[in-house]
Design a protein around this ligand. Structure first.
Ligand SMILES: [Zn+2]
Length: 231
């Protein structure tokens, strides 16, 4: 039996019905206002040879959303985040030929069943009409989960040879010398993204790093931003 004639979208953050008009049907108005957009702090300033960006501060509700994507399979939230990240790419005038998600090691992929960054990448790439290339970059070494006993330096050493680029892959020739968007979910120390970016860079591919969320820089809230822009 037909239950409803209309498709009512539900907010992927709070579960309430999303009422129009909205720029994004996956997130309701209230949740949209609560998202920690980095706004004019999307460009990250750090000592890397490639430009790096992040769309959100790593704060609530993005933090909980990320956890639920990884451990409760909330891929709808990954999709919503990916769509919003496309706005960062447009706002920052970034141009790239492909989107490459930071891969998980096979073992980790089997454990989890999916790569959350890949789902974010697909939603982002669809909006930008770019291909997602997953075969070129692989993670050959599994690094232990970040723990308090492991220093940034130790982690960097572990990660140094963790990624490899398959120069025999059909996408390699097309992307050689071309810019790609290298995508990660959360940028904390930046060591994973740096290791993956180095592998691509060393193989002759131009890298633009883009993370969904990062804690880098001071958080600027909605009210603060409004005051700054309108006064
Ligand atoms: Zn909501």
């Amino acid at each position: 039996m037909l239950k409803s004639l209309y498709y009512i979208p539900y907010c992927c953050v709070c579960g309430e019905a999303v009422l129009p008009p909205l720029p994004e049907h996956l997130i309701c108005r209230a949740c949209l206002a609560s998202l920690p957009f980095r706004m004019d702090r999307e460009r990250l300033h750090w000592d890397k040879p490639w430009p790096s960006y992040a769309s959100f501060f790593y704060r609530e509700p993005i933090q909980s959303m990320m956890v639920s994507i990884k451990f409760a399979g909330r891929t709808d939230r990954a999709e919503a985040i990916g769509r919003w990240m496309a706005r960062t790419v447009r706002r920052q005038n970034l141009s790239a030929d492909a989107v490459i998600p930071v891969p998980l090691h096979q073992k980790r992929l089997r454990e989890r069943g999916f790569n959350q960054t890949e789902i974010i990448a697909k939603a982002l790439a669809e909006r930008l009409r770019l291909p997602v290339v997953e075969t070129l970059l692989s993670r050959i070494l599994d690094t232990p989960r970040q723990s308090e006993t492991q220093s940034v330096e130790e982690r960097r050493r572990h990660l140094k040879d963790a990624f490899t680029v398959d120069t025999k892959d059909s996408a390699f020739k097309a992307l050689l010398g071309r810019p790609v968007l290298l995508l990660d979910d959360v940028l904390t120390t930046g060591s994973t993204l740096t290791a993956a970016a180095s592998a691509l860079n060393n193989a002759g591919i131009q890298v633009i790093c883009l993370a969904a969320a990062s804690g880098h820089g001071r958080y600027i809230g909605y009210n603060e931003a409004l005051a700054k822009w309108h006064l």
